[in-house]
Design a protein around this ligand. Structure first.
Ligand code: HAM
Length: 434
């Protein structure tokens, strides 16, 4: 039987990688402009990292983690997300002692054993940021603005930012009791999963995708003491959390950032407190969240560190690319021809071509050589396929005169120049902006 990639995983072929690289570079460039520094954490972690952060009753931990025991009996998972690993690394390397406020950027594969469908994969990729060490609502504002700016720069223009607050831990305790009371009469009409969620972790009912559960939530879930003029939220908020949310919304307005605070939703990971947001893009179907994030002011403490405010987001690169698909974005393949194809007319000249290619490559010029003894015509075809800008032809005449015939595929010109001049010219051209 032919071997195939696993369901929910994807091979990225060269054309895909070009688009991916553009998204990765855009995210990296903008994150750097906002003061984030890149970190890389392992793909495998001790299961406890996610049990204690994402939460034992969440869907991710209950049924979506790729989890196994290694030969030494250690409980290991393929990371399902980045935030918990970043906080573990932050504490393990004492960044809380050496830096007051740390801004970390990351990018890489995540793994969730979900049922694959359009936009939902078992290995998917995120870029994300975590700002650890501040409780300022302005950091929430900056995080959301950066999230939107990267998406727009990648060509995702038709988006909406759902914004809400989940209050502090005390607010969440009060709210879960209220939620149970309000949902109890409708418990039997909730979907099977929500009936289980009702006992395990009632907040999960708020983010159920089932339309009839959503209707029950919409009609019957209310905060006991709604605040006048406050956006709809099922959360019972203390004064400090309500004020924080007001500041975030005010800041976003001052920053001219888009947001919609009329949606009732909760995030499906346990570590969130206060601000939460999800960015939805048009045209993605059921899996329309391209990015999501929020505050997690207790996580550092829950991992054994000091009380530390923190906020971040992650975006799914596959979904960013799906949402940016039809837009003329920086993700479009490179239109420019680049580099040199060294066409060798006799195998004897391969060594010389190889040395020339090495000189060019050291200066950052892409250099390709034919090792197959193909006809000149076939080598031209290959140079064209590889989008080379120049072909350097090495035949008897050229070798005897220590020269190269250079064909410029963009300009359609051809001339014979000395090898020395050829190398100089190519190196200079490569340094010139495309
Ligand atoms: P999340 O909502 O689980 O949050 O994931 C963030 C984004 O990753 C989603 O909006 C989506 O674009 C993408 N994503 C998630 N699961 C899949 C999947 N199975 N297939 C394809 N894409 C997927 C987090 O992961 C949090 N760590 C975000 C965060 C950072 N909060 C604070 N800091």
């Amino acid at each position: 039987m032919a071997l195939q990639s696993l369901r929910g995983t994807t091979d990225l072929l060269p054309e895909d990688v070009k688009r991916w690289t553009t998204v990765e570079q855009t995210a990296r460039r903008l994150a750097r402009a906002y003061g984030y520094e890149e970190v890389r954490t392992p793909l495998i972690e001790d299961a406890a990292v996610f049990l204690r952060s994402v939460g034992e009753t969440t869907d991710i931990v209950q049924k979506e983690m790729f989890r196994f025991e290694d030969r030494g009996g250690q409980d290991i998972v393929l990371r399902p997300e980045g935030t918990a690993s970043i906080v573990r690394a932050y504490l393990e390397h004492h960044l809380h002692k050496t830096h007051g406020f740390v801004k970390l950027f990351y990018l890489g594969p995540m793994f969730r054993a979900e049922r694959p469908q359009a936009g939902r994969f078992r290995q998917f990729h995120q870029y994300g940021v975590e700002a650890i060490g501040s409780a300022s609502p302005w950091v929430d504002v900056e995080t959301i603005v950066l999230c939107v700016e990267i998406l727009r720069a990648c060509g995702v223009s038709d988006l909406s930012v759902w914004l809400s607050t989940m209050g502090c831990r005390d607010d969440q305790h009060a709210t879960s009791a209220t939620l149970r009371k309000q949902l109890e009469p409708y418990k039997d009409t909730l979907c099977k999963e929500c009936q289980a969620r009702f006992d395990r972790n009632v907040f999960r009912v708020l983010d159920c995708k089932n339309p009839s559960c959503q209707a029950i939530v919409r009609e019957h879930v209310r905060p006991l003491k709604p605040r006048a003029g406050f956006p709809p939220t099922p959360f019972q908020l203390c004064d400090a959390c309500a004020a924080h949310f007001d500041e975030v919304r005010k800041g976003l307005r001052e920053a001219n950032a888009p947001f919609d605070d009329t949606q009732v939703f909760a995030r499906g990971l346990d570590y969130y407190t206060r601000t939460v947001f999800e960015v939805r893009a048009k045209g993605l179907g059921a899996q329309d969240a391209v990015a999501a994030g929020g505050r997690y002011d207790h996580l550092v403490e829950e991992f054994g560190g000091p009380p530390t405010g923190a906020v971040g987001f992650a975006a799914g690169i596959e979904r960013v690319l799906m949402a940016a698909k039809d837009v003329q974005s920086p993700g479009a393949p490179d239109q420019h021809r680049r580099g040199v194809y060294l066409a060798v007319l006799k195998p004897d000249f391969t060594g010389l071509a190889f040395l020339m290619a090495q000189v060019l490559r050291k200066s950052g010029v892409t250099a390709l050589i034919d090792f197959e003894g193909r006809s000149l015509k076939a080598q031209f075809r290959e140079a064209d396929r590889m989008q080379a800008r120049w072909i350097g032809i090495l035949g008897e005449k050229e070798a005897s005169e220590k020269s190269v015939t250079v064909k410029d595929l963009e300009q359609g010109t051809q001339e014979m120049v000395s090898i020395e001049d050829f190398l100089k010219q190519m190196t200079q051209e490569a340094g010139a902006p495309a």
